[in-house]
Design a protein around this ligand. Sequence first.
Ligand SMILES: CCOCCOc1ccc(-c2cn(C[C@@H]3NC[C@@H](O)[C@H]3O)nn2)cc1
Length: 448
Amino acid sequence: MTIYQFPKDFCWGTATAAYQIEGAYAEDGRGLSIWDTFSHTPGKVKNGDNGDVACDSYHRYKEDIAFMKELGITTYRFSVSWSRIFPNGRGVVNQAGLDFYHRFVDELLSNGIEPFCTLYHWDLPQALQDEGGWDNRNTATAFKLYAETMFKSFSGKINKWITLNEPWCSSFLSNYLGVHAPGYQDLKLAVDVAHHLLLAHGEAVRSYRELGFNGEIGIAPNITWAYPYTKSKEDQEVCFRAIEWTWDWFLDPIFFGKYPDGLLKTFEKAGAKPDVLPGDMDIIRQSIDFIGGNYYSASVRRHAPGHGIFEEEDMNMGYERTDIDWPMDAVGLYDSLRYTHDKYGDIPIYITENGACINDDPINGKVHDTRRINYLRQHIIAMHRAIADGVPVKGYMEWSLLDNFEWAEGYGMRFGLIHVDFRTQKRTPKESYYWYQKIAKNNFLVID
Ligand SMILES: CCOCCOc1ccc(-c2cn(C[C@@H]3NC[C@@H](O)[C@H]3O)nn2)cc1
């Protein structure tokens, strides 16, 4: 028998996001977001799914928090819908929106669960998109106002803040690959969107400090580790670019005040050099308290001359895959954590998302999601190995508490520890819920 004991005060949690679970898209003064627009645009989301109702967590949050309490987690990562607070992105605050999140956070706190709040999880107010969205530098100023409003209103209740979730998704996946909202396919646009997202991050962190708050604030990029198909320099280079694209592109400006040289050259060669104004990097490089890391999978890549701007291709090595077709590779999590610690130093790290898309449905009222349990066990052991090697990982938030709206994949891709029947909103804890409950309550994992 092997016991993987985690450090005292290690935070065990789960994660969700507003547009993916709340529903109530037009309730209590909420304004439209780009994801309302995108999901209602034919052909953008599988099965024509949208977040109008989602998990109806806007109304069912007490039931969800009761499941969290039973699960034994001490931290819950959620996001705030910006357009509930500022229906038009800026201007007059919607008090009903603030009031909802106060009811929600008070319920968390009264159940002994720490709120871990993400300010931006992709749902930009449509009114700001109508003015150019993140391509417009003024959106960073609107974000600063939104962040300051949240900091002041929740002072003393929320002490852990994430400015941006997966900025690669809300810049490149959304404005270069066209897969997410608003759905453009323009590399130069995406590079400038990424820069303005970083500006918004820096403005929010600077405000947090200047307003005298003493909680923790950080950012949560996603990292997809990459292994070279051969030991050739070219194959290794394409892997460095792939890792840099979602991870270093956002962390280097914060830690070093500059973009990573390798990828910057790739973008310049493609005519997509970011428009950096004097002073921008000084705003971006505010000191943060933690790095949030979202890890799901790893890839094996090789150099492929002429194949896209990165001249690379993804190799299928026959690894077991989840139902969203991502290879399962827990060693990639270990390597990602060691890489981050080696490059950015002793800054605390939270795994702010890790989970598996396994689309099992209930059979006689039970969901036998053993593949999700296998995935989580492998990744939690990999995380334990990194901690044992000195990486300061402070918490783990499993994605996700509930099956929910998985963006362009709609409701067909299920990441939850709890199964949701979207016709009836019936919640059914899966076997993985009870497996994870033991770890959250014991702070150790036992392998017989
Ligand atoms: C044309 C090529 O198209 C490739 C698709 O490319 C991607 C990449 C990455 C993702 C992705 C999805 N998730 C899970 C979410 N993280 C945040 C939370 O909201 C979860 O729902 N992480 N990464 C999706 C699509």
